[in-house]
Ligand binder design. Structure first.
Ligand code: BES
Ligand code: ZN
Length: 629
């Protein structure tokens, strides 16, 4: 589908950036690079649009270029003009190509004179894939509307015309107007004391890729949690969020002690309504987070460690293309583990590692060979699908292997120097490897061969000597689970209890449930529920795993509570598996479709697309089955 032409242009100001043509973008950064963007936008809740102008500062790479190609998706373009040094404008001709399903519409602007600035007047569509517009009834407060963006992977183009590729970095400023009384936040330093006067100004002074552009507006309150951190959320949620995230400053200090100063100034967290489609998003200066981590006991705050870690791995040193996504997510998952270990202890950090490793071991074998590689061969998948558990969990597993082979002292020093060396650049897997070889592998000979490194990065499966942590508590759970499944230990004799009484914490429950058979016996599911009241749990990590197993076992008494979970939670990772569990039987599928019909209005556009894909796949599967009968 996409020609993968490798155009590598090393250019003078950023000697480290290599522009391989990005198959997920129409931009041509070998011709011209956007260096700075000025946004002037109005948030219009009535029309569910952002409208205004984007003014792009251009750095022409080719003296022969005559066009500026940009990424857009469902944007309504009103006019485009060149802007000269005195602010004088000249209209430009442009053409908007028919939309590709994944990539949107290529916007080609005729620029025979290679202007220094181009201004685009535009409005977004009410169903922009990167924005969600919530009516007051869909918010916790029920009084005021709410909107937020989710640009990663390639949805920035649905609200800003841009070179939507992680290889291109630009600074930006914005002036945003919104109804008085609402707060607007963007992925730049935010002022917790800003008046809610309808006008907000932002400056992101560091060059960032487009997928890190973010905006939110709504009835957003704030609590400061430290000298450079605050928590933002709807008023009824903000106290709980501030309590859950009270260790944020300590997390920043921990990361700084390992990898050098936090370079962005403030680090805030915005807790979104439950329809936020991800767990967290590392928007610079303000992580966007799901409310599903607010479980009251801080047991899921590794999510903050993760998004904060992206301030080094991802936002400071960025993957050059989606194919290099493991440089963002694998490195971040590794750093996340180090923060968790320092603040909450090695036992918890090891449990989180084991949950991921056991899961990856279980699933990697059934993935296509190319998808098992950290750095896959060119492939035709949507940008969102370039990132998988392989990027996160095989990626971090590789770094833990390096840590173990070279020792913390040497590995930590290497990783810190890597962040410094590539700071503010977008790099490929190969650039990382070129830095790894002389500065770690060859520097301390005899610890790990280059072939072993290549096996991790380009090989399939998981290398044989991959280190796995010990967890006595997980070992005990494995034993208890086996005894329970063998009918030798009644459900109420499991050592689960309340976590503060020495029983199981959230991760231990997750581990117990993950290890149940895919289709447990109905009687066993009923015994577990009678003993531990899992149906209706407020902890959605536990709930997701519970409903998936109970539905598979055929326990219809959980269906209504499962539907409530699915309706309440738009975080894809926690809601999609429950849809998939229902989709395995015709009756379950019909129930899931009814639930979806009711819940749909509250879901984010990308969650809708993902659920509709689950339904389509289930139907295609049952048709294929019928055809073979
Ligand atoms: N950058 C990701 C979220 C993302 C990935 C958005 C791909 C769009 C496409 C973020 O840092 C992340 O990994 N979030 C996880 C958090 C978890 C690993 C702690 C999530 O959302 O579940
Ligand atoms: Zn991440």
């Amino acid at each position: 589908m996409f020609a993968r032409v490798l155009v590598i242009a090393l250019f003078s100001l950023l000697p480290l950036a290599a522009f391989a043509a990005d198959p997920h973008s129409y931009a041509q950064p070998d011709q011209v690079v956007v260096r700075h963007v000025d946004l002037d936008l109005a948030v219009d809740f009535g029309k569910k649009t952002l409208h205004g102008t984007a003014t792009l500062d251009l750095d022409w790479k080719s003296p022969f270029a005559t066009q500026l190609a940009l990424d857009t998706s469902a944007l309504h373009i009103a006019r485009i003009e060149a802007v000269d040094a005195h602010g004088k404008t000249t209209p430009l001709k442009y053409a908007l190509a028919p939309a590709d399903k994944s990539l949107g519409s290529k916007l080609t602007i005729e620029t025979p004179d290679r202007p220094a600035r181009v201004r685009i007047a535009y409005a977004t569509s009410p169903d922009a894939s990167g924005l969600q517009w919530l009516d007051p009834a869909q918010t916790a407060g029920k009084k005021l509307p709410f909107m937020f963006s989710q640009s990663e992977a390639i949805h920035a183009r649905s609200w800003v015309p841009c070179q939507d590729s992680p290889s291109v970095r630009f600074t930006w400023q914005a002036v945003v107007t919104a109804p008085k009384g609402l707060r607007v936040l963007m992925s730049a330093p935010n002022d917790p004391k800003h008046a809610l006067d309808g006008k907000f100004e932002f400056t992101q002074a560091h060059p960032v890729p487009s997928y890190l552009l973010a905006i939110a507006a709504g009835d957003i309150d704030v609590r400061e949690t430290g000298p450079r951190s605050a928590v933002y959320a709807e008023p009824s949620v903000v106290e709980k969020a501030a309590h859950e995230f009270e260790d944020t400053e300590k997390m920043i200090e921990t990361a700084e002690s390992l990898y050098g100063p936090y370079r962005w100034g403030r680090y805030d967290i915005l807790v979104l309504p439950p329809s936020f489609p991800y767990g967290g998003m590392e928007n610079p200066n303000v992580t966007f987070a799901t409310p599903t981590v607010l479980v009251g006991d801080k047991s899921l705050v590794s999510l903050v460690a993760h998004e904060l870690a992206h301030s080094w791995s991802g936002n400071l040193v960025t993957m050059a293309s989606w194919r290099d996504g493991w440089l963002n997510e694998g490195f971040t998952t590794y750093v996340q583990g180090r923060i968790t270990e320092t603040l909450y202890g090695k036992a918890l950090a090891d449990e989180e590692v084991l949950l991921a490793e056991r899961n990856l071991q279980k699933e990697i074998g059934s993935m296509p060979a190319n998808a098992q590689r950290l750095a896959p061969q060119p492939r035709e998948v949507d940008a969102d699908d370039e990132l998988s558990d392989v990027s996160y969990d095989k990626g971090s597993w590789f770094l833990r292997t390096l840590e173990q082979k070279f020792g913390r002292e040497h590995f930590d020093a290497w990783l810190k120097s890597y962040f410094d060396h590539f700071a503010w650049h977008s790099i490929t897997t190969e650039q990382m490897l070129d830095y790894l070889k002389p500065n770690l592998i060859d520097k301390y000979p005899g610890k790990m061969s280059w072939d072993e490194v290549k096996e991790w990065v380009y090989g399939t499966g998981i290398p044989k000597d991959a280190p796995i942590p010990d967890s006595p508590r997980f070992d005990a759970i494995d034993k208890e689970r086996a005894q329970f499944l063998a009918g030798k230990l009644p459900a109420d004799k499991l050592d689960a209890g309340k976590s503060d009484k020495g029983g199981w914490n959230t991760q231990e429950w997750m581990y117990f449930l993950d290890g149940l058979p895919d289709v447990p016996k109905l009687a066993q599911v009923q015994q577990l529920d009678a003993a531990w009241h899992l149906t209706g749990t407020p902890n959605a990590e536990i709930g997701m795993r519970w409903y998936v197993h109970a539905i598979a076992a055929g326990d219809k008494t959980v269906w209504n509570a499962a539907a409530e979970h699915m309706t309440r939670i738009g975080r894809m990772y926690l809601t999609l598996p429950v849809y998939s569990a229902f989709a395995k039987t015709p009756q379950g599928l019909a129930f899931a479709e009814q639930t979806y019909a009711r819940a749909k209005d509250g879901y984010h556009p990308i969650t809708r697309m993902a659920i509709e894909r689950v339904f389509a796949k289930a139907k295609a599967g049952s048709k294929a089955e019928a055809a073979t009968l």
